[in-house]
Write a protein that binds this ligand. Structure first.
Ligand code: NAP
Ligand code: F7E
Length: 322
């Protein structure tokens, strides 16, 4: 029988890859979009004829309950959020409404509209923040360093609480940074790959960045959405860390990305106070042992391949536009 998946955040990076993979598996995919005066849906333009788009907002309980009830999903992937860490200091209340309380609204919508549906919550390595152990695993205590991280900790624990209180199949995937050519331009990896392409084509000379010494465990988004699906196919609901187990600095990302275009980052990257954060997450690196053993999940794209994929995609995009 055809399964139905409901995805909030389908217009985002992860939503677009997840929708593609679920369609390939034969799912009926219902995507939640919020009302906007324009409808660019850039990342899912190639899918709009194959998915059903319904309108709701994380701020609006009625709209969420209605779409969950009408879609009658077997699986719900709650990917929608205010997901940019830097913005969470400028819009802390809105970030809390979307990224924290939005999760409770989705869980309430599930309880009322589809209590048997399996629920995936998009938790984040930002919950580990000022890390208390390295590498970070499922049992590592949280110490968030931004309003975004704090909101994600709330979303994580309310998912655990609803699982235990109401016997729901609800899980959190604690995903480390994952990137792709569809990553938003404000995130550092895509800002770098886009900057490299523009510099290579003579459209700009310098790239202004913040802290080059921050270290992240970066993987490919296409691999990570597969892990989300695997989490909803288990006998029992549980939470999993998803990452590569390798960590690199922003400087190392720059080195590889500029190198991929035959450039030297030291001739172009300028550090700019504007892009430093009030509180930084210095080092993240996952221990993905549990997801490997229990989900059979391993990343297919390595760091170098990821960086080169992103630079090549941005170069091709600017070439097409010329
Ligand atoms: P993204 O590209 O920023 O996408 C966010 C999505 O949320 C967009 O579809 C956006 O819709 C939607 N959204 C925002 N506010 C909404 C609202 N009030 N009502 C309904 N929809 C709303 O994020 P992503 O990188 O795909 O990440 C997906 C999820 O995983 C997020 O929850 C993020 O916090 C979390 N996460 C991401 C990473 C990562 O490295 N990418 C790691 C760990 C966790 P619009 O198109 O209308 O803006
Ligand atoms: O920053 C440093 C910055 O904005 C990475 C989100 O998907 O992953 C993401 O959060 C690092 C930070 O991602 C610039 O200070 C230096 O240390 O790409 P980012 P993030 O904050 O790690 C987690 C797992 C999520 O859950 C989030 O939703 O790079 N950095 N210079 C810079 N960062 C940005 N954005 N811009 C710079 O110019």
């Amino acid at each position: 029988m055809t399964k139905t998946a409901l995805i909030t955040g389908i217009t985002g990076q992860d939503g677009s890859y997840l929708a593609e993979q679920l369609l390939d598996k034969g799912y009926r995919v219902v995507g939640v979009v919020r009302r906007s005066s324009t409808t660019p849906y850039e990342r899912i333009a190639h899918l709009v004829d194959r998915v059903e788009l319904v309108s709701a907002d994380l701020l609006d309980q009625t709209s969420l309950t209605d779409v969950v009830q009408a879609a009658a999903p077997d699986e719900i992937y709650n990917l929608a959020a205010q997901s940019f860490v830097q913005t969470s200091w400028n819009q802390p209340v809105l970030t809390g409404e979307f990224t924290a309380l939005g999760v409770t609204r989705m869980l309430e919508a599930l309880r009322k509209g589809a209590p048997k549906a399996r629920f995936y919550q998009a938790s984040s390595s930002e919950q580990f923040g000022k890390v208390v152990e390295t590498p970070q695993r499922e049992s590592t205590p949280f110490y968030p360093r931004s309003p975004y991280g704090v909101a994600k900790v709330y979303g994580h624990w309310i998912t655990v609480n609803y699982r235990e209180s109401f016997d729901l199949y609800a899980v959190s995937g604690i995903l480390f940074n994952h990137e792709s050519p569809r990553r938003g331009l404000e995130f550092v990896t895509r800002k770098i790959s886009d900057g490299v392409a523009r510099i290579k084509l003579g459209l700009q000379h310098e790239l202004r960045l913040g802290n080059l010494d921050a270290r992240r465990d970066w993987g490919f988004a296409g691999d990570y959405v597969d892990a989300m699906w695997r989490m909803l196919q288990q006998d029992e609901p549980d939470d999993y860390v998803i990452g590569t187990g390798e960590t690199y600095s922003v400087r190392e990302f720059c080195d590889l990305a500029f190198g991929a275009a035959g450039l030297d980052y030291r001739n172009h990257v300028v550090q700019d106070e504007r892009f430093f954060r009030p509180a930084e997450v210095d080092l993240l690196v996952a221990d993905p042992a549990k997801s490997k053993t229990q989900l059979g999940w391993t990343p297919k794209v390595n760091f170098r391949q990821l960086v080169e994929m992103m630079v090549e995609a941005d170069l091709a995009r600017y070439h097409r536009a010329q």
